[in-house]
Design a protein around this ligand. Structure first.
Ligand code: UD1
Ligand code: CA
Length: 457
């Protein structure tokens, strides 16, 4: 079976009240249209066609990497008109699948079962029963329960409005039939639009059967029309992610306060995640990892037995086995920590490697540095890596001890097992095994008097 998937995505989405076209609004940081594309892209032997219109340039630019044919619908004259734009790209023996770019949570399994309902003599139509069907096209059936037609809310009679089985808009139909029916559509209706839904009545008239199926959950077929619905579907999506992780053995302290905006490429065992954690991009987590509350972690590889304490912000980093991060630590891009590294509160690390067993526990900035193993960096240490024009590297060799409140003015090398006295400004290499310090001599003034307040003030 060769499938042609047509994703309708030309609409403006007026109710989003946005300069950005609706389908570029995001769930889990991924545009709605990309959700639909990614799902349908998992179908085998499938050519994807996207009908776009509103915000054309921005849409094409944002989603330039999609392997799809883009068909511009310059005027939005209805769902039937949208599909007509693709007519000449449909082969007779294709099965055509119609999806909406603003219905982001539809599942592959639902689509697959819909597709099995299509033959030359049958159409597959995805319907759903809604307690409140207002706004949707209603599925009109005859006494024996067969579908007769779809009637849009605005064209519906009072009794038709009582029907709670609605059209999701998603259907699958053979290419030859669809092309024929598309050419017969008219816009004689309340909205003066070319309704794709009219093909159902045409099919029935020709004796083609309409086979309906329903999704597992209603949420799958809900569309986004405004930002309230966008937020609702975000929560549905996130809860689904959270549930999946729990099934895979992750402890989530509160699944409703967990967000995954990307994918977990590797997942270890006995991972515990506290509340308000956001995982973004590509994440890999080893065994026995603990992540404290309020952490944002993006594109990061986390080794076994790593502990990330509360309120850390981590991006493009690698954290080796047994390391402890935070609370309140910031690991910026290209931070690579080996095993058993301790990064404490208010420490910022950027573009640096830290070897086994080293500790940077308090209030430090380490940028463009190579830190050896078993190094101890005291509180308030700063690598001065930038002279206003260029960046330079700091090298701290194995076993070095950097006293508190030290500035290391790069480029500079602190040798193996060197000790730097507290409060030093190091501008020249510090030799190994020696104490290096730069410090103004301490003096005490005998007989000095502290100023006193003037009388009468
Ligand atoms: C449509 C269905 C309705 C169904 C509902 C489900 C028709 C006539 N009606 O109604 O039966 O219950 O969806 O949500 O099909 N689009 C284009 N070009 C156009 C018009 C629409 O690309 O000219 C796209 C939109 O961007 C959207 C989708 O098609 O993704 C549906 O369009 P919309 O206007 O929301 O259809 P409804 O009136 O809600
Ligand atoms: Ca709609």
């Amino acid at each position: 079976m060769k499938v042609t998937t047509i994703i309708l995505a030309a609409g403006k989405g007026t109710r989003m009240c946005s300069a950005v076209p609706k389908i570029l609004h995001k769930i889990a940081n991924k545009p709605l249209l990309r959700h639909v594309y990614d799902m349908s892209n998992q179908l085998e032997n499938n050519a994807i066609k996207i009908v776009y219109g509103h915000g054309a340039e921005l849409v094409r630019e944002t989603l330039a990497d999609l392997e799809a044919a883009w068909i511009e619908q310059t005027q939005q004259l209805g769902t039937g008109h949208a599909v007509q734009q693709v007519s000449d790209q449909i082969a007779d023996d294709d099965v055509v699948l119609i999806l909406y770019g603003d219905v982001p949570l539809l599942k592959l399994s639902t689509v697959k079962s819909l597709l099995t309902n299509v033959t030359a003599q049958t159409i597959g139509l995805l319907t759903v029963d809604l307690i409140n069907p207002a706004g949707y096209g209603r599925i009109v059936r005859n006494e024996s329960g067969q579908v007769e037609k779809i009637v849009e809310e605005k064209d519906a009679s009072e009794s038709e409005k009582q029907i709670y089985e609605v059209n999701t808009g998603i259907m699958a139909v053979s290419g030859a039939s669809l092309k024929k029916w598309l050419s017969q559509l008219t816009n004689n209706n309340v909205q003066n639009e070319y309704y794709l839904t009219d093909v159902i009545e045409m099919a029935v008239a020709e004796g083609v059967g309409v086979v309906t199926s329903q999704p597992e959950t209603v949420e799958e077929v809900l569309g986004v029309n405004n930002r309230i619905q966008l937020a609702q579907l975000e929560r549905v999506y996130q809860l689904e992610r959270a549930n999946l992780l729990m099934i895979q053995g992750v402890t989530l302290k509160d699944p409703s306060r967990f967000d995954l905006r990307g994918s977990i490429d590797k997942l270890g065992q006995d991972i515990e995640i506290d509340i308000n954690v956001i995982l973004e991009g590509n994440i890999s987590i080893g065994n026995n990892v603990q992540i404290g509350p309020n952490c944002t972690i993006k594109n990061t590889i986390i080794g076994d037995y790593v502990e990330i304490l509360a309120n850390c912000v981590i991006e493009d980093a690698e954290i080796g086995q047994g390391s402890r991060i935070g609370p309140y630590a910031r690991l910026r891009p290209e931070t690579v920590l080996a095993e058993d590294v301790h990064i404490g509160n208010f420490v910022e690390i950027k573009k640096s490697t830290v070897a086994n067993g080293s500790k940077i526990n308090h209030l430090s900035y380490i940028g463009d540095a190579t830190v050896g193993s078993q190094v101890n960096i005291g509180a308030g240490t700063i690598t001065c890596n930038y002279d206003g024009a260029n960046k330079f590297r700091t090298v701290i060799e194995d076993g070095a001890f950097i006293g508190s409140d030290t500035q290391l003015v790069a480029p500079v090398v602190v040798g193996k097992n060197a000790t730097i006295g507290a409060g030093s400004t190091i501008t020249k290499d510090a030799p190994e095994n020696q104490l290096t310090l730069s410090r103004v001599q301490q003096i005490s003034l005998v007989g000095w008097q502290r100023p006193a307040k003037k009388q009468g003030n």
